[in-house]
Structure formats: structure tokens, C-alpha cells
Write a protein that binds this ligand. Structure first.
Ligand SMILES: Nc1ncnc2c1ncn2[C@@H]1O[C@H](COP(=O)(O)OP(=O)(O)O)[C@@H](O)[C@H]1O
Ligand SMILES: [Mg+2]
Length: 309
């Protein structure tokens, strides 16, 4: 199993994101195909990470299955057979679609990343360390990397078309989506975070933080879209290592890749810009195993793997 870097399907390609190839099915539907591309420090690596795309899509599908009763979302189908039944033009492409593709309701994306944080980590820690704030709002002194936020903090960010996402204030968010829109996005994001936290806890995981995207259908319905509570969009920490209000913990995410790339940077072998240095096979294999582990830890079952070809 070597992994998929780019796809070419008999539909109009709308967008190649860092990870997903997005195809138009018709005015109401999109096909999101998660490739095995992996990025870190905003640079996409040349080597695919086998099974990564399927893990991201099937973790999302698993969560949307749990959230579906309460949270309107975009998923129509996430199994190859169901997709081909709904979109006959894709017949013959089942092997590529299997696991990694999701047929979705098409929306206009709301240009705000809805971030919810239960613990201090990542860019929140960076902003707090430098300014004592999060999204411009002052936080109490004396917090550290890994501090718990109770209640969780809603900290929206801009969906940057290039470069790093930037934390924005609630006020700025309201100027983009309106007061009522901002309140509704915050309510939904907090509720999904709460449901996710509860389910993760049953699985021995702490949901430290996550990012949601929302969109509106042509008839104005607000839907949860994109990837949901995956290891790429969230930090999950093993609960055992999170007892009390302690230090930052190893998450299920792509930290080994960041560590390896950082090592290349520190050694002066990489300047931090594209192209990324070629990844050694053991880094690729470690990442692949880590994504499969993440699937099992989150859902409680192994990802069904396609038969070897
Ligand atoms: N239901 C949907 N309707 C419209 N756009 C969507 C929907 N779900 C996801 N998207 C968009 O599809 C893209 C997914 O590709 P991805 O590789 O994650 O891109 P990015 O590099 O922007 O994160 C994102 O731009 C996301 O906003
Ligand atoms: Mg994305």
C-alpha cells in the first residue's frame, strides 16, 4: 500500500487543498477525497502517508454518525458503494474512493475557523506567552502550556487562504458573520465540543482542542462541514497522561513529523520552505501507524483495510 498523492476523477475539480481534492458533483453536492498528502509547517511533503486519507475521512464519518441526530452536517455517504450508487459517473473508481471519499452537501463555506479549547496548547500558548491574551482577550496570569480551561474557550480564527490562520476576537468574528451568526456558530461549536469531550472520555482520551468549519447551503441551512474531530483538526491526549492540571502531553497528531522536520531545520539542512526534505521511510511508516492508532483509539475499532493489491 503506497498511498495516494493526487487524484483524477471524472468530475470537475474545484480545489486541491493541503489534504483534500474537492470535486463538484452538481449544484447541491461535492465529493471530498482525502489524499494521503501530509503537511507540517504549512509545507506539503512529497511522500504520501499510507491510510492517512481513509483515517481522516472515516474518523469524520464516525463522529458525524454520532452527532447526526443533533447537529446538522454535510455527510451524505462515506462508503465507496454508496457514493457510486449516488454518482454513477464514478463507477470503476471504487478502489480509489474506498475509505477516503465522502459525498457531501455543498455549501458556501463560512470564512471563520471555529476553534474550541479545553486546554492551553499550540497557537493559544504562543499568544498567551507573548501577550497574556487569547484572541485578544486577557487571560489570568500564571497559566502554562497544558493548563485546563474550564469552561472551554471559544477562540475563532480567520480561515487564511494562504499562510497561518490568525486568532481573531469575537468582535471581529461578528463583523464577518453578524452578531446572530457568531452566536449560533459559538453555540454549535461549544455543543459539538461538549459531545466530543464526553465520547472521547469514554475512550480514555482528552479532547484538548479542535477546529470546526461550517457552511450554508443554497437554501440557507447552516451545516457542520469539512473534517470533524480528526487527529489533523484536533488535539487528543491520552487521559492517563492528563490527570490534573499539568504539562503538555503527546497528542495523536503529526508530532513525529514536526519533530523530524524541526530536526532538519535545526541541523541547517532545511530552510523551512517548500519543498520539504524527502521523508525517510521510517518517518512515513511511523506516521502511518500513528494515524491507524488514532482511528482505533478514537473509534474503538480497527480501520477496515482494503485487501492488498
Ligand atoms: N460541505 C462543504 N461545502 C463546501 N466546501 C467544503 C465542504 N466541506 C469542506 N469544504 C472545503 O473543502 C476544503 C477541504 O480541503 P482541505 O485539504 O482540508 O483544504 P485546506 O488546505 O483549505 O484545509 C476546505 O477548503 C473546506 O473548507
Ligand atoms: Mg482542511
Amino acid at each position: 500500500m503506497s498511498g495516494v498523492v493526487t487524484t483524477s476523477l471524472p468530475l470537475a475539480l474545484l480545489h486541491r487543498g493541503k489534504v483534500r481534492d474537492v470535486y463538484e458533483v452538481d449544484a447541491e453536492r461535492l465529493l471530498l477525497v482525502a489524499t494521503d498528502r501530509v503537511s507540517a509547517f504549512d509545507v506539503v511533503c512529497a511522500e504520501p502517508v499510507p491510510h492517512k486519507g481513509a483515517v481522516l475521512t472515516q474518523v469524520t464519518a464516525w463522529w458525524l454518525g454520532k452527532l447526526g441526530e443533533e447537529i446538522p452536517h454535510h455527510m451524505l455517504a462515506a462508503d465507496a458503494r454508496g457514493i457510486v450508487e449516488a454518482v454513477p459517473a464514478l463507477a470503476g473508481h471504487e478502489a480509489l474512493l474506498e475509505g477516503r471519499a465522502m459525498l457531501c452537501r455543498r455549501t458556501t463555506v463560512i470564512p471563520v475557523e471555529c476553534v474550541v479549547r479545553g486546554y492551553m496548547a499550540g497557537s493559544a500558548w504562543k499568544e498567551y506567552r507573548e501577550h497574556g491574551t487569547l484572541a485578544g482577550e486577557p487571560l489570568p496570569a500564571g497559566l502554562h502550556d497544558g493548563s485546563r480551561f474550564e469552561p472551554p474557550i471559544f477562540s475563532p480564527a480567520t480561515k487564511a487562504t494562504s499562510g497561518h490562520d490568525e486568532n481573531i476576537t469575537l468582535h471581529t468574528m461578528a463583523s464577518v458573520v453578524g452578531e446572530a451568526g457568531a452566536a449560533e456558530l459559538e453555540r454549535l461549536s461549544r455543543r459539538i465540543f461538549e459531545i466530543g469531550t464526553g465520547i472521547a472520555a469514554e475512550r480514555g482520551l482528552v479532547l484538548a482542542d479542535t477546529k470546526f468549519e461550517f457552511g450554508r447551503t443554497a437554501d440557507g441551512v447552516l451545516l457542520l462541514i469539512d473534517e470533524v474531530l480528526t487527529p489533523d483538526s484536533s488535539r487528543f491526549w491520552p487521559a492517563a497522561a492528563t490527570a490534573g492540571d499539568s504539562r503538555p502531553r503527546a497528542s495523536l497528531d503529526k508530532q513525529p513529523l514536526r519533530d523530524w522536520l524541526q530536526g532538519e531545520r535545526d541541523a541547517g539542512r532545511w530552510n523551512g520552505e517548500a519543498p520539504a526534505p524527502p521523508l525517510p521511510d521510517e518517518v512515513v511508516q511511523a506516521m502511518s501507524a500513528r494515524y491507524l492508532d488514532a482511528f482505533r483509539l478514537i473509534t474503538g475499532s480497527d480501520l477496515p483495510l482494503p485487501p492488498p493489491t
